[in-house]
Ligand binder design. Structure first.
Ligand SMILES: C[S@@+](CC[C@H](N)C(=O)[O-])C[C@H]1O[C@@H](n2cnc3c(N)ncnc32)[C@H](O)[C@@H]1O
Length: 211
């Protein structure tokens, strides 16, 4: 997988520019109007930065202050592309880290806990039998009352070709996602279709059970 994104990092970035991936993500969060000054936001499997950049632009447009962004990804080549934007635009509040969601560095040394965690197109690459573990790792980075937003490809013939065959990724149905989130101790606030390819899921940590 790391090899795939090392050799195809530019192809991937060109493809998402073509389909307006960043614009769609930005519109999704614009409607929710949930960013606030002082927030910490983590983009897990940030790749070349589409999701962080969408949120960063919103924070700028809303004149928010002290918003700290952290992005981590397994693949150096993807992070290098993200870093080029940071350098070019002299961005000072985005920090990048090469890390594996399945083997996270201990908090808070490299990654802090976050008010918002976002992840797009990444959980598809987690081996199926470690999917719940990956969700639990994301949950471990959430502050109490934090929110996790997952954008993930769904089952369907188009994705069977585009996502499974071309990008060697796993696809999940809605019931599979619901069961996995539940097993990871996450409550679904909303689960909706996102564009033609996926689901957008908003989650929070399960609250204490009332006897
Ligand atoms: C389809 S790209 C998505 C990039 C970006 N989130 C976006 O929306 O454009 C998938 C990314 O997930 C990263 N990735 C896959 N498995 C990972 C893991 N276990 N830990 C961290 N990153 C991972 C890959 O290196 C790749 O950059």
């Amino acid at each position: 997988m790391q090899h795939l994104y090392s050799s195809r990092s530019h192809l991937y970035t060109a493809m998402i520019a073509l389909i307006g991936h960043r614009r769609s993500l930005k519109r999704f969060f614009q409607k929710r109007n949930m960013l606030m000054s002082g927030m910490t936001i983590i983009d897990a499997g940030c790749g070349s930065g589409a999701l962080t950049r969408a949120l960063w632009e919103l924070a700028q447009e809303q004149h928010l202050s002290n918003v700290h962004f952290f992005g981590f990804d397994l693949t150096r080549q993807m992070l290098d592309q993200f870093q080029s934007w940071i350098d070019r635009d002299r961005v000072t509040n985005v920090q990048l880290l090469q890390a594996d969601l399945l083997n996270l560095p201990p908090t808070p040394y490299s990654l802090p806990q976050a008010n918002i965690i976002v992840t797009s197109g990444m959980l598809e690459y987690i081996p199926r039998d470690r999917f719940v573990e990956a969700l639990k790792n994301l949950k471990s980075l959430l502050k109490p009352d934090g929110r996790l937003f997952i954008f993930i490809s769904r089952t369907g013939w188009q994705n069977n070709i585009m996502v499974e065959k071309l990008w060697h990724a796993n696809l999940y149905s809605q019931p599979e996602l619901q069961t996995s989130c539940h097993s990871a101790g996450l409550s679904i606030i909303s689960l909706k279709s996102f564009k033609t390819w996926g689901f957008a899921i908003e989650l929070r940590e399960d609250g204490p059970t009332i006897a």
